[in-house]
Ligand binder design. Structure first.
Ligand SMILES: [Zn+2]
Length: 411
């Protein structure tokens, strides 16, 4: 007699991105132990009824420390500089408790929207010092049961022009920050900032994730310098640029050339639809450019890309629910993605950002953590088209949330 495998939990009738027919997923000790049709076992069962199981959404770029600020600033912010100024004025008063409470609100929305991995940018400068960093470290610890949080520290107000920032950044890196970001376009010496960020990244052996090229003027950009530094330091596959809205202003042949440059250097691009759509194209009185870089086209040309949340309800973006499925749907709609490209649009908030963050244990595969999120639909294409409810989430085999399907009460 053959002993039945010992699973703690089995998902029945799951559709996955890689299997056309529903499969069962067996879980043991928090990890995926088997994937096959009709697994014979006596474990606790969760019947997905042919619904789509994903390994969770991956948000590579969000700002938990400055989320949910709308009630505190009374005017509209129509430019990137206005938004930066508004938050700079408020953040001197941020306390650890305040950042924690606002961040927790967003993390809980993200968890119930199906996000299982996240990289948050954390502002470091003499105004906020390390208070934001301390609060986000506490969030990382307190929500580890549902979400893996990585901290990317960065100088939002500039680095070479802002005395005291460098020392604080080094202190945060010594205290376990997982990546380093930057914002060269606010620095009085952008190339010096880029060089210093790469120095620190190499010193601490961490990845780089910069805010870059955030306007619609393609006559100059910092992208070339970032590609050059990436190659010089052998950092292929470890560098990302966020926004890169200048790329949306390029005609097709120049966009092809830029894509080839990024792909060759191994520099990834993160598109941030909510913020890019809100802040770009404001000068136009009509036929406004939307400033959204076509990530799915860059992917077709070999560039690693992600679509991410960025800001939630603050001067940069007065919207937000931290749902990456909604963001991918918004992206697909605005970027003129066709039905045949919807699968790539789902990749932009799942597989591709996992690669961008160099996550080695992501995906529904034997041996990986049993991170499973269930959508009320039957395919990746329909996930983008229908914007289905996210019904269930599991982190390392433990249920983290559940959403009831709506019920109709017919007369
Ligand atoms: Zn950002």
């Amino acid at each position: 007699m053959i002993a039945k495998p010992a699973f703690d939990l089995v998902f029945r009738n799951a559709v996955t991105r890689s299997s056309a027919v529903p499969v069962d997923i067996g879980v043991a000790d928090g990890r995926i132990a088997a994937i096959a049709p009709q697994l014979a076992c006596e474990a606790v069962e969760v019947d997905l009824g042919g619904r789509l199981a994903l390994p969770g959404f991956v948000d590579t770029h969000i700002h938990l420390d400055k989320a949910c600020l709308l009630g505190r600033c009374g005017h509209d912010h129509a430019s990137v500089a206005d938004a930066i100024r508004a938050v700079a004025a408020m953040k001197r008063d941020f306390t650890i408790e305040d950042v924690y409470a606002r961040g927790a609100k967003v993390i809980e929305r993200a968890i119930t929207a199906g996000t299982t991995r996240m990289r948050t940018h954390v502002e470091i400068d003499p105004r906020i010092a390390l208070r934001g960093f301390e609060a986000i470290k506490a969030l990382k610890r307190d929500y580890a049961w549902a979400l893996d949080l990585s901290l990317c520290v960065f100088p939002q107000e500039g680095l070479t022009n802002d005395p005291g920032t460098d020392e604080l950044l080094v202190a945060a890196l010594n205290d376990g920050a997982g990546a380093i970001g930057g914002c060269p376009y606010v620095d009085s010496d952008p190339n010096a900032q880029i060089a210093r960020i790469f120095d620190l990244a190499q010193q601490f052996d961490i990845d780089v994730d910069l805010h870059l090229d955030f306007d619609l003027d393609p006559s100059w950009w910092h992208m070339e310098e970032v590609c050059r530094q990436t190659e010089r330091r052998n950092y292929h596959g470890r560098v990302t640029i966020g926004h890169a809205t200048k790329l949306s202003a390029l005609p097709p042949e120049r966009l092809k050339a830029a894509a080839a440059r990024l792909a060759a250097a191994g520099v990834a691009v993160t598109v941030l639809p909510a913020t890019d759509l809100y802040l770009m194209g404001r000068e136009a009185t009509h036929n406004a450019p939307r400033g959204l870089t076509a990530a799915h086209r860059l992917v077709a040309d070999g560039v690693l890309c992600s679509v991410a949340t960025n800001n939630v309800q603050n001067p940069f973006t007065p919207f937000g629910d931290a749902s990456l499925l909604r963001m991918a749907n918004l992206y697909a709609n605005v970027a003129h993605a066709g039905l045949g490209e919807f699968d790539t649009c789902l990749d932009l908030v799942t597989e591709l950002p996992a690669r961008l963050m160099n996550l080695r244990d992501y995906g529904i595969a034997v041996g990986n953590p049993a991170d499973i999120v269930v959508l009320d639909t039957d395919s990746g294409t329909n996930a983008i088209a229908e914007l289905p409810d996210v019904l269930l989430g599991f982190k390392r085999g433990r249920k983290t949330f559940e959403r009831q399907r709506p019920k109709l009460f017919r007369p």
